[in-house]
Design a protein around this ligand. Structure first.
Ligand SMILES: C[S@@+](CC[C@H](N)C(=O)[O-])C[C@H]1O[C@@H](n2cnc3c(N)ncnc32)[C@H](O)[C@@H]1O
Length: 348
């Protein structure tokens, strides 16, 4: 489903006379092509970036590394606010610093997503003029016009710094804002890891390849590497997750092959895996997104070896078994603690 806030923001502040810088988080939309040939975009999501490029946008992929080069020639920045507070603060703050005096920052979001609070805080921290227009469905479209370089920071701390979260089997795990469950181990993933010794009981891991599909900070990938697989591949759509996962896996000084790949539902993965672990997403931005778990199942089906095993963890109420039964010969619920369940999948 297209994100209407993003489309309305583009209608409201897009420009054919001068280039704009458009910041895209996970809000999904088929964008109209850029109105000005020098307009550009940046996204922290691989799928959104690919789709923007398809529509003719010059789009870079990074964890919101906002640079002067990116802003060069743009007097307008457009941002549909993200879900996470720390991300919004970082993006608004960085865009503000990069905009030239008289430049404009346009931000859009719905009431209930915190946009009013962000606008209030920014107006108090910056020397700016602020105007508000309302769009459909309680959409708030704010325009901040920069009067001078004077500004108080909106955020505390360095958005890009990786932070120690907790240790897993003696190995410190790091994460950062912008990554799923970045300040803790996700309870679903821990539930899956508790079952891992049983899953791997008879595996000849030194000969085998394992995959963490939707790796986040890479806790599952780390456990697979610790378990001694010959090769461990981890993949995610989110640039922040890729960075955290790479960092976490690099800490293990091993001779195993370890690879972290930015990708949309593992579409570029080649070859087959003996073991796949997955804690699939079921939110995209502020929306519940059912089709993502279907796409994760399809990806697992495509890259699972004929005698391989895929273990998914989902909230207990999600009908994963019913969905999986359409594709997999073997579908077995192997644990359920009423909050999370583990579903084991195989070709037969
Ligand atoms: C529920 S989280 C699990 C993260 C991690 N495995 C853990 O256990 O903490 C799901 C992950 O899927 C990623 N994701 C969402 N959409 C994706 C897509 N289209 N392709 C690949 N990964 C995606 C999210 O960025 C997130 O890291």
């Amino acid at each position: 489903m297209s994100d209407q806030a993003l489309l309305q923001l583009l209608q409201h502040a897009g420009d054919d006379k001068q280039p704009v810088l458009l910041i895209l988080d996970e809000h999904d939309s088929v964008l109209p092509p850029p109105q000005h040939p020098q307009s550009r975009a940046l996204s922290n999501r691989f799928d959104i970036c690919t789709s923007a490029r398809r529509q003719g946008w010059l789009c870079s992929f990074s964890d919101f590394l906002l640079t002067a080069e990116l802003m060069q020639g743009c007097r307008r920045a457009l941002y549909r606010v993200s879900k996470e507070k720390r991300v919004v603060e970082h993006v608004m703050q960085s865009l503000w610093q990069l905009l030239p005096v008289t430049g404009e920052l346009h931000c859009a979001g719905y009431k209930g997503e915190g946009i009013k609070t962000f606008a209030k805080r920014a107006a108090a921290a910056w020397d700016c003029e602020l105007s508000l227009e309302r769009g459909d469905g309680n959409l708030h479209l704010y325009t901040f016009t920069k009067n001078s370089e004077r500004a108080e920071p909106l955020q505390v701390g360095d958005y890009h710094a990786l932070q120690a979260i907790a240790a897993w089997q003696g190995c410190q795990v790091y994460s950062k804002p912008g990554v799923f469950a970045w300040d803790r181990f996700d309870a679903g993933s821990v539930c899956l890891l508790d079952y891992l010794p049983k899953l791997l009981a008879q595996a000849d891991r030194q000969q085998q390849r394992a995959l963490d599909l939707g790796c986040g900070s890479g806790l599952l990938a780390l456990a697979l590497a610790q378990a001694g697989f010959r090769e461990v591949v981890a993949t995610d759509n989110n640039a922040a997750a890729i960075r955290a996962c790479e960092f976490n896996l690099q800490q293990l000084a091993t001779t195993q092959q370890v690879q972290v790949i930015a990708d949309d539902c593992g579409m570029s993965l080649r070859g087959n895996f003996d073991v796949i672990l997955c804690n699939p997403p079921f939110h995209q931005g502020f929306e519940v997104e059912q089709t993502l778990s279907d796409r994760f199942l399809e990806a697992a089906l495509r890259v699972l070896k004929a005698d391989g095993k895929a273990l998914f963890v989902v909230n207990s109420f999600i009908p994963l078994e019913r969905k999986a039964a359409a594709w997999f010969g073997k579908v077995e619920k192997v644990a359920d603690n009423k909050l999370y369940k583990l579903v084991l999948l195989g070709h037969s």
